[in-house]
Design a protein around this ligand. Structure first.
Ligand code: MN
Length: 209
């Protein structure tokens, strides 16, 4: 079956004032829809049809640029919508992700600084990520274009559990060139319940706090 554009799990205006409704509408309805359509076109009639997106991305060096760009775009945005929420904010101290962040970064503020720097210094278009590796250790990284840390071409490979789109299409209508303001606002809408779920699922049973 072809890949399907997932529905947004909230209304276009749900993340205002942090992310405006018009940006969300274009981002989901045009950009993400476009990646989904082009991914399906790129794999139609090939042996990638019917494969899981994670499995395609894990061997992306063997596939075409169209599969890399649009497969990444499909996966990255699907994650992005899920890890945001109008009820976002700080993770509670009881959450495994909060304990893992303190274990691996020292404090939540130190994590926030590292993630914000990764997002701010990614030159041109790309993404900042919080990932977990196979030893259950968290790390922050960034990738260009629509690449992500699941790809075998990534500098640092791991399972992404939080991602921030820093393409200008993600913020320019509201923030123009002020990417740091957009990064700051993103922290108001992070869905830590979803991030902690993704963290727990990455290495089941590994983090027994
Ligand atoms: Mn985008």
């Amino acid at each position: 079956m072809a890949f399907q554009l997932p529905d947004l799990p909230y209304a276009y205006d749900a993340l205002e004032p942090n992310i405006d409704a018009r940006t969300m509408e274009i981002h989901h309805g045009k950009h993400h829809a476009g990646y989904t359509k082009k991914l399906n076109a790129a794999i139609e009639g090939t042996d990638l049809e019917g494969k899981k997106i994670e499995d395609i991305l894990a061997n992306i060096s063997q596939h075409s640029t169209a599969v890399r760009n649009n497969g990444g775009g499909f996966y990255n945005h699907s994650l992005f919508w899920e890890i945001m929420s109008p009820e976002g904010g700080m993770p509670s101290a009881q959450m495994n992700i909060h304990k893992a962040i303190e274990r691996d970064f020292g404090s939540f503020d130190d994590f926030k600084t590292a993630f914000s720097n990764a997002a701010a210094t990614r030159f041109g278009s790309g993404w900042a990520w919080l990932c977990v590796d196979s030893n259950d250790k968290l790390f922050v990284t960034s990738t260009p274009n629509q690449d992500n840390p699941l790809m075998d071409v990534a500098d640092q490979q791991g399972t992404p559990i939080l991602g921030l789109d820093v393409w200008e299409h993600a913020y320019y209508l509201n923030y123009q060139n002020r990417r740091p303001d957009y990064i700051q606002a993103f922290f108001n809408v992070i869905n830590w319940h979803e991030v902690t779920k993704r963290y727990n699922d990455a290495n089941p049973g590994a983090s027994d706090f």
